[in-house]
Design a protein around this ligand. Sequence first.
Ligand code: HSE
Length: 426
Amino acid sequence: MKKIGIGIMGLGVVGGGTYEIIRANREAIIASDGIAIEVKKVLELKAERMDKLNVPAAARTANLDDLLNDGEISIVVETMGGIEPAKSFILRAFAAGKSVVTANKELLAKHWAELEKAAKKNGVGLYFEASCVGGVPIIRALDLSMQANVIQQITGIINGTTNYILTKMTEDGSDYAAALKEAQNLGYAEANPAADVDGWDAVYKLSILSSIAFNTCVPLDRIYREGITRISAEDIAYAKEMGYRIKLLAIGKLNGKKVEAHVHPCLVPEEHPLAGVRNSYNAVYLTGDHVDDLMFYGKGAGAHPTGSAIVSDIVYCAGQKKHRYAFFKNDGKLDKGIKFVDDFASKYYINVTVLDKAGCLAKVAGVLGRCGVSLEQVLQKDAKGKDKAVVVYMTHESGEKAIARAVGIIDKLDVVERINNIIRVI
Ligand code: HSE
């Protein structure tokens, strides 16, 4: 049996979950992997968090040096989140010869190159399975089990909070704010929930996942982003009526040297496997040129699912003779020949309030036609105001630019009161 001393920086939701798993499954991990994980120090300023988990007095500290100077600690778990002080603490842990396991997707997506360089210089490891899709072992699968393939597409529900909110709005008719509050109480939401609902969290994860999957740099500023704050109860109801669920999707595609990456709400056909991914569950749907389609599914947020990925990284790190890096490329410089596509193609749902008079519906359809956007179906509903109607236009696949041109013209038509929403469709 090999003893591995660890230090935990941050005993919030994920750090606390990690601590509990190590305590609960210590013997099981020894039995399966021959590794005894000993939590030597926990760095946390809030005493009540330590009390709640009965952290022994000898392990408690509010001083990073206690953790860095402990010669029995070889792995440091960073579960503080955010950029600073997490980044400086990690760099100091590397300098002290300690490997790091982190769940910090924002930090990795923004500063991978610097962190990797420092880890390599010190000959220590940097592992981050918990940064994407909570308990689902997607990073290890991409790194170690997909070598036979060129991965062509990744489509994922990779934010638990937004999936929880959209599920509650769809199935229980919950109000957006109440559903967000529940997600916060359940420990899914980021400290600032705008990171979830505005799509940033999913952008960080897509940058990490698609960069690994496509083996090329996918910088944050090349990823199109739109959050869920404009999705209304009406959009959800109309989508349902047409056989769709609304989900926040993260999509990455590789076609030869062309890459596209985008995060936005999407209407997903009810029969698509991603439509059935509910609540805080996440899923990543991959297409490889030989393996064909694969779907990875599980809890994408929360103390124990995310803690599970951290503990798996601790065990994995402890078993490495020579650390592995460099499968994540995200230093901001594009690889030679790689082009990012911003005029990507989608089908669209366009929800418009028009005057309820002869010819109004056709005027909007006419603009779409003149801009080269072909229609798949049209749904007309009564609007709340008198003499008005809500019309939902579902288009065939069109480029972003053609849709933007058409919407610009439609918005100015005298028969159009308001464009209520525009949502992509897969
Ligand atoms: N806020 C994140 C989510 C936590 O909701 O998915 C897991 O990364």
